[in-house]
Design a protein around this ligand. Structure first.
Ligand SMILES: NC(=O)c1ccc[n+]([C@@H]2O[C@H](COP(=O)([O-])OP(=O)(O)OC[C@H]3O[C@@H](n4cnc5c(N)ncnc54)[C@H](O)[C@@H]3O)[C@@H](O)[C@H]2O)c1
Length: 440
C-alpha cells in the first residue's frame, strides 16, 4: 500500500519504519527541515532501540522516503496518517493546532480520494474538526475529491516502540465508512497475522479509548504511589504490599511499582486533557483529577527525602543523580521527574552531578537554565558526593560496584527513587539506604 505519514517524531517515525518493513511504500514528512535532512542521511534524531536499523534498511531498499513537502506524500498515497504532536495547551487541554494545520494542508493539496488517519492522541470530536477543515479547503478549491477520516490511536511505549508496533496487543480503529475500515484492516493484517487483534469501532469511541487507556495506567501508578506514602506513615513496607496485591490476578504486577512519579510525553498531558474534555462536557472527573495531583506531589518525594536528611538548605551539598530520562531505554526528557528534582536541589543551594546513558543532550536542553555538572559515566558523578539519588532505572544501574561508589562518595546516603535493591544488602555495603514507601 502507498502510505503518507505526516510527522516524523516518535510515533510517525516508528509507524513509517514498521509499515515499510511490511512491504508498504512510505513517504514520511516533517516540517522540521534539519530532522528530515538527518533522516535522509540515516541519522535518527531520537534514541529508540531497533529503530535506526529498521529506518536505514528500508531507506536503502527504497520503501521509505523522507520529505519536508507534504505534496510528496499526497501525490502517491491512498492513505495518509496524521502523527504530529498534540501538546498540552495553557489551559491543560490538547492543543490541536498542528493536527488542524496538517488537515488544512491535506485539503489544499490532496490530488486523489484519500483515507485520512488520525494517529495523534486527540480529544473526542477531533475527527469531525479534521473533516470540516479538509472539506472547507476542498470547497475553496472547488474540488469534489472525496475523503474519509479515521481514528487509529497509537499505544506504543517509548523504549519498546518497535516491538509494540510490530506485535500490538490490539489495533484500535474508529471509522464510519466500511471501505475505509477495510483498508485499515488490510494495512494492519500483517501485524496481527497469527491472531486477529483488530478492534473496529465508531470514531468517538476510538478517540476515547486512547485517553481511557492512559488514564487507567496513570491511575495505577498514582494509586501505588499513594499506597507507598501511606505505608511510610504507618510503618509498612510497600515492597511487600506491592507483591502482596500484585499476586491477585485481578490486580496484577504491572504498573504498580512505586516510584517518583510518571513523566513522558503522554500520561501527564493525556490525563490533564481528559479532565478538560470531561469538564467541557459538564462532567467533573474526580478520580482522574486526583491522579494528576498525586503525581505532581510524587515528583517532589525524592527532594523531600533529601531535605529530611540534610535540612532545606543544601548549600555545600553535592548530590549525584543517576538517570535523567523519564524512563529507561529512551532519551525522552518530557515531564521527567529528574527535572523537578534537579530544579529543587539547585534552588535549595545544592550542587548536582548527573549522568544518563542516553538522555544527556536532551537533559542539557530541558535544564538549560540550571547549572548541572554532566558526567561521562555514572561513577564520576560520585566524586565527593554527599548523596546518590537514583531516578531512572536503566539496566546499568542495577548491579553497580558498591565498593567503588562508597570509596568515591564523601557521604553514604543513597536515595532510591525506583526501589531497585534489597534494603539489607545495600545497608550491608555501608549505605544509609532510603526507598519510596518504606519508613527510614
Ligand atoms: N511518544 C509516544 O510514546 C506516543 C505514544 C502514543 C501516542 N502518542 C501521540 O502521538 C502524537 C505524536 O507524538 P510524538 O511523541 O511522535 O511527537 P513528536 O513531538 O516526537 O513528533 C511530532 C512531529 O510532528 C512534526 N510536525 C509538527 N507539525 C507538523 C506539520 N504541520 N507537518 C509535518 N510535521 C509536523 C514535528 O516537527 C515533530 O517532528 C501525539 O499526539 C502523542 O500524544 C505518542
Amino acid at each position: 500500500m502507498k502510505v503518507g505519514i505526516i510527522g516524523s517524531g516518535y510515533v510517525g517515525l516508528v509507524a513509517a519504519a514498521c509499515f515499510s518493513e511490511m512491504g508498504n511504500d512510505i513517504v514520511c514528512v516533517d516540517v522540521d527541515q534539519s530532522k528530515i535532512e538527518k533522516l535522509k542521511e540515516g541519522i535518527i534524531p531520537i534514541y529508540e532501540p531497533g529503530l535506526s536499523a529498521l529506518v536505514r534498511g528500508n531507506v536503502s531498499k527504497g520503501s521509505l522516503r523522507f520529505s519536508i513537502d507534504i505534496n510528496d506524500a499526497l501525490s502517491v498515497s491512498e492513505v495518509v496518517f496524521i502523527a504530529v504532536g498534540t501538546p498540552m495547551g495553557d489551559d491543560g487541554s490538547a492543543d490541536l493546532k498542528y493536527v488542524l494545520q496538517v488537515a488544512q494542508s491535506i485539503g489544499e493539496n490532496m490530488k486523489s480520494n484519500l483515507v485520512i488517519v488520525n494517529k495523534s492522541t486527540v480529544p473526542v470530536g477531533t475527527a469531525d474538526k479534521v473533516k470540516e477543515t479538509v472539506q472547507s479547503a476542498l470547497n475553496n478549491r472547488n474540488s469534489n475529491l472525496r475523503f474519509n477520516v479515521v481514528s487509529n490511536p497509537e499505544f506504543l511505549k517509548e523504549g519498546a516502540a518497535i516491538n509494540d508496533f510490530m506485535h500490538p496487543d490490539r489495533v484500535v480503529v474508529g471509522a464510519d465508512d466500511e471501505s475505509a475500515m477495510q483498508l485499515m484492516r488490510n494495512l494492519y493484517d500483517p501485524f496481527t497475522f497469527s491472531n486477529d487483534r483488530f478492534i473496529g469501532m465508531d470514531i468517538r469511541s476510538a478517540e476515547m479509548t486512547k485517553y481511557a487507556a492512559n488514564a487507567m495506567l496513570a491511575t495505577k501508578i498514582s494509586f501505588i504511589n499513594e499506597i507507598a506514602n501511606i505505608c511510610e506513615s504507618v510503618g509498612a513496607d510497600v515492597n511487600h504490599v506491592r507483591t502482596g496485591i500484585g499476586s491477585d490476578r485481578r490486580i496484577g504486577y504491572q504498573f504498580i511499582y512505586p516510584g517518583c512519579g510518571y513523566g513522558g510525553s503522554c500520561f501527564p498531558k493525556d490525563v490533564q486533557a481528559l479532565v478538560n474534555i470531561a469538564n467541557d462536557h459538564g462532567y467533573n472527573p474526580e478520580l482522574i483529577s486526583s491522579v494528576e495531583r498525586v503525581n505532581k506531589a510524587q515528583k517532589q518525594v525524592l527532594f523531600s527525602k533529601l531535605v529530611g536528611q540534610f535540612g532545606d538548605n543544601l548549600k555545600g551539598k553535592k548530590i549525584a543523580v543517576w538517570g535523567l530520562s523519564f524512563k529507561p531505554e529512551t532519551d525522552d526528557m518530557r515531564e521527567a521527574p529528574s527535572i523537578d528534582l534537579i530544579q529543587s536541589i539547585v534552588k535549595a543551594g545544592g550542587e548536582v552531578s548527573a549522568y544518563d546513558p542516553k538522555a544527556m543532550d536532551e537533559a542539557k536542553f530541558y535544564l538549560k537554565h540550571i547549572k548541572v555538572n554532566y558526567c561521562n559515566d555514572k561513577y564520576t558523578t560520585l566524586d565527593d558526593a554527599d548523596a546518590l539519588i537514583l531516578v531512572t532505572e536503566w539496566k546499568e544501574f542495577r548491579s553497580p560496584n558498591f565498593a567503588l561508589i562508597k570509596s568515591k562518595m564523601h557521604g553514604n546516603l543513597f536515595i532510591d527513587g525506583r526501589n531497585q535493591f534489597k534494603s539489607d544488602y545495600i545497608q550491608s555495603k555501608g549505605f544509609k539506604y532510603i526507598q519510596i514507601g518504606v519508613k527510614s
